[in-house]
Design a protein around this ligand. Structure first.
Ligand code: GDP
Ligand code: ZN
Length: 337
């Protein structure tokens, strides 16, 4: 008789087995059913809804099936040429965090592209406001970030020294929804989660992800319930954010360029050498910052490279498959003889 199956959700991922919270509230470490892994190399990620069996006399549960995802946060697998990596599933909002005193606009552009690509609501949270003692500089940064984020993403300012500053963030976490928090290590994500919860649920200042200096590393993600609000997942160690499928994300993150492009002579203008290019004209006229144009082109180029590699990989797999077929035919033929 088949084991009884339970519905659950992956609430924690670390170096061990995924931790699944069953509907009963019980939390069990689970491994993947062999068939599941074989099928499409699909592995459950944080936020996944799963079917779990708990075989008797077995110390772990078994993930038998993963429900279709409403949303995924995807980057290019940093260790592979052309493989996507899903970092989280089934969420409603992405918060991009950077310290207000050390904003990196180029990185922010990339983070926004990936965030918008998910189709979720996007918010930028600038942290460590207490460390920025120059009010005018903070205002200038806020203005620059607001201009970059565009009307689609709200920009908020928080500080660990001012607990009330996170109220506006908490207000965005609607009950029953899940928010994914991304940002370089050290930007204050764990601190933000702790302030939202009003308790030390995450370790602050923990060293995460290998830095090549042989320090201890922990890479753990956990869904945290914010009392009276929604849930939030801190994604530590998301250092490399290589683009995967990012066409819609780039479009959403660069509305200024997209709208300029409507004035280009050619509908499929790439804004490189074409005559009558309204985008390059705006750069020449100084109305579109050159750095912004450059990073737009760099991101487009990066995406094109990944697309080519995927195409190559697909062709190679097809060749492999047809080699296999030819081989099978040959050996079958041999058998018949
Ligand atoms: P994470 O790696 O993004 O989770 O960052 P952490 O929350 O661990 O914070 C990294 C460091 O920045 C820690 O030493 C925190 O104490 C410090 N930090 C975080 N938020 C603030 C803030 O608002 N103000 C100040 N002064 N320090 C902060
Ligand atoms: Zn153009």
């Amino acid at each position: 008789m088949a084991d009884e199956q339970f519905s659950g959700e992956v609430v924690k991922l670390d170096r061990g087995y995924p931790l699944v919270r069953l509907e009963s509230g019980e939390r069990v470490r689970c491994e993947h059913a062999t068939a599941l892994v074989k099928e499409g190399a699909c592995r459950a990620v944080i936020g996944d809804h799963v079917q779990v069996s708990v075989p008797a006399a077995h110390d772990k549960g078994v993930i038998e099936a993963i429900a279709p995802r409403t949303r995924e946060f995807v980057r290019k697998d940093p260790t592979e040429r052309a493989v996507p990596q899903v970092l989280a599933a089934n969420f409603e909002r992405v918060i991009v965090a950077q310290p207000v005193g050390e904003v990196n606009l180029r990185r922010l552009e990339r983070e926004l592209v990936l965030a918008f690509e998910t189709g979720a609501a996007v918010t930028v949270v600038l942290t460590k406001a207490d460390l920025a003692d120059d009010a005018a500089a903070t205002e200038a940064t806020l203005a620059a970030v607001r201009a970059l984020a565009g009307p689609a993403a709200e920009v908020l300012l928080v500080s660990a020294a001012d607990p009330a500053s996170v109220d506006a963030v908490r207000a965005l976490l609607a009950p029953g929804t899940t928010t994914v928090l991304i940002g370089r290590s050290g930007v204050g994500k764990s601190s933000l989660v702790n302030m939202l919860v009003g308790d030390e649920v995450l370790e602050v200042g923990a060293v995460r992800e290998g830095d090549g200096k042989g320090r201890h590393t922990t890479v753990s993600r956990e869904i945290v319930e914010v009392p009276g609000a929604g849930r939030i997942v801190d994604m530590p160690g998301v250092r490399g954010l290589g683009l995967w499928d990012a066409e819609a994300g780039i479009e959403a993150a660069f509305p200024d360029i997209e709208s300029l492009a409507e004035g280009c002579r050619f509908r499929d203008c790439t804004h490189h050498e074409e005559p009558g290019c309204a985008v390059r004209a705006a750069v020449e006229a100084g109305t579109l910052p050159r750095e912004r144009y450059d990073s737009y082109q760099a991101l487009q180029q990066e995406m094109a490279t990944v697309r080519d590699r995927r195409e190559q990989a697909r062709r190679m797999n097809k060749e492999k498959a047809s080699d296999q077929k030819r081989y099978n035919k040959k050996t079958q033929g041999r058998k018949r003889r």
